[in-house]
Ligand binder design. Sequence first.
Ligand code: RP5
Length: 152
Amino acid sequence: MKVTVLVGSKSDLEIAEKVRSRLTDFEVPCEVHVASAHRTPEKVEKLVQDPATDVFVAMAGLSAALPGVVAARTLKPVVGVPLHRGLGLDSLLSVVQMPPGIPVAAVGLDAAENAALLAVTILAVAHPELLPRLQRYRAKWREESPPSPAGA
Ligand code: RP5
């Protein structure tokens, strides 16, 4: 079982490390690599062909081509994380608006937490031992969530 996280630049590593940290909480092995869709496309191609990876998490800012490029080269699930680097809307639309045929499971801007949880949820289909860990996470999250404001 392995999640491979690809980021477009060294400047994206801080958010990638949040994904790694949450996956580690779930005891899911994770690798993080800097590989850009436009600067180092050969490196992206090599990483995408890694047979040991079950789920890819791809994150980038600005034109954010990386998640779509990864998805175009694999039949494995790709979680796409748009990063807030320029306008925000640029990367968000780039990751969400994939043309029909090459899906990317897009999460919100800089949404490392949801990216990790989605990767674990996908892995749990084939690895049911992850389910109790997801249940414990959700129970704790509910306990710690602040109550809704009155009338909300
Ligand atoms: C994107 O451009 C990267 O994913 C990063 O979010 C953004 C800026 O990259 P750097 O100029 O910091 O390398 O490709």
